[in-house]
Design a protein around this ligand. Structure first.
Ligand code: ATP
Ligand code: MG
Length: 419
């Protein structure tokens, strides 16, 4: 194995593509920042029980995908596989829910780790931007989050995504459904693993992607027919509010999602250009999670959007984000002009102009190549003779036109040209 090889299932973000990742994180978080969500940052690892209790022992995330480690002090930790449990833990620990004014609305952006079968769109280290609205049961909140995710994707220029929506019921109606489904699943011809899953978390069997399983699920009892009146009314209100906002969605009765903590509203954003790793984001209501991790009752809703897959979706749709060149002005210094131009570049930077300079003592040709590569609109070129005259040459990199500018006027002249 080469020393220069990143671990399996991981990749580096390098320029220029890395700029797209920053822009995507920015675009996804902008609607949240504009809607009362405050920024939260939690550690990259947590005590392992947070996830085993919160996300659920029977989920793939906890049973197969979690990176766990024992510290030298004997603590059992896990690299975070998802954001919701950590954010809720942080809100509880920081007593944000007691400061008055529920819901507590938070957004986050960061790295997540899952030991998965690495393939296109499925990595062992990936990045999400997420939002959580903690401590309120209100269909408008579920609708708000769906609408904001739609706004985020649209602001990026994505078009070929679909929103799948379902209700998973609550602690009144889901247990009744669960039993009915279990009775049905017991009559099927399933492998050992799936039989076990049917006993621990039967809803997740509905999510099984295998044809052999899906075939047998025809005629399975559907949750829709078991929803209690409160859940039905709640779901209708969410649907009505999302529809009124002009956001189109599809009802998907089979959408269960892989986490144990979801109740009522559950949704997923899928993109049709991504092959089998089609989910670009997902979320839902998790009214019981706070109690599961030892907190008070705090009905909540949230989502997480995958940054990696969003970038792949943009590439699949051929959407190029409008990312301005990193450098506006590039200085090319010859001979004794280097310290003078270096000083000008510093001044430009302090004045807010993106500026860079050629390093390494290159000649005119090499330094001009650097200027071209930087994508700068203008070059500042100066040699000994320019300095004697007290000027630098301001070169328009598009037209090639070059004008001498007095040293004292450079910053103003550049700013005027860029304005
Ligand atoms: P999938 O069904 O594809 O495994 P998931 O249900 O496990 O997705 P969530 O836990 O809901 O995914 O995470 C939200 C989003 O994070 C996903 O929609 C996806 O865009 C992204 N995501 C999840 N796991 C990965 C991964 N291993 N690599 C890249 N992105 C991921
Ligand atoms: Mg998964």
């Amino acid at each position: 194995m080469s020393t220069f090889q990143a671990p399996k299932g991981t990749y580096d973000l390098l320029p220029p593509r890395s700029a797209t990742f920053l822009a995507v994180r920015e675009a996804i978080s902008a609607p949240l920042r504009n809607s009362g969500y405050g920024y939260v940052e939690t550690p990259g690892f947590e005590n392992v029980e947070l996830f085993s209790r919160g996300v659920g022992e029977s989920t793939d995330i906890v049973s197969k995908e979690m990176y766990t480690l024992t510290t030298k002090g004997g603590d059992q930790l896990a690299l975070r596989p998802e954001g919701t449990a950590s954010v809720l833990r942080a809100a509880l620990q920081g007593n944000l829910h007691k400061l008055g004014g529920l819901p507590v609305k938070l957004w986050y952006s960061g790295s997540y780790y899952r030991y998965e079968r690495a393939q296109a769109g499925r990595y062992r280290h990936f990045s999400q931007v997420g939002a959580e609205a903690i401590g309120a049961e209100d269909p408008a909140l579920d609708a708000e989050l769906i609408i904001l995710a739609d706004q985020a994707y649209r602001s990026l220029g994505l078009r070929n995504f679909r929103i799948l929506l379902n209700s998973l019921g609550d602690k009144e109606c889901r247990p009744v459904y669960r039993e009915a489904l279990q009775a049905f699943l017991r009559g099927l011809d399933l492998d050992e693993d799936t039989v076990r899953r049917a006993e621990i978390n039967p809803l997740r069997v509905l999510d099984d992607k295998r044809e052999s399983v899906q075939k047998q699920l025809v005629g399975a009892p559907m949750l829709r027919d078991y929803l209690c009146d409160a859940c039905k009314t709640y779901h209708e209100e969410v649907r009505a509010l999302v529809t009124a906002a002009g956001v189109v969605f599809e009802d998907d009765e089979k959408l269960v999602r892989g986490l144990d903590y979801y109740t009522r509203t559950t949704f997923e954003f899928v993109h049709d250009g991504l092959g089998s790793q089609s989910a670009v984001g997902g979320g839902g209501r998790y009214d019981g999670l706070s109690e599961m991790i030892g907190g008070p009752a705090l009905p909540s809703v949230g989502w997480a959007l995958g940054v990696d897959r969003t970038v792949l979706a943009l590439e699949a749709e051929g959407v190029a984000l409008d990312i301005p060149a990193a450098t506006s002005v590039f200085a090319v210094a010859l001979g004794a002009a280097k310290p003078v131009l270096f000083g000008l570049v510093t001044e430009l930077r302090r004045a807010g102009v993106a500026a860079d300079i050629s390093y390494g003592g290159k000649g005119l040709k090499g330094a001009m190549k650097d200027a071209n590569r930087s994508g700068a609109r203008f070059a500042l070129v100066a040699g000994d003779r320019d300095l004697e005259e007290g000027v630098v040459q301001l070169k328009d990199m598009q037209s090639g036109e070059q004008t001498p500018v007095a040293l004292a006027d450079v910053v103003d002249a550049v700013r005027a040209k860029l304005a």
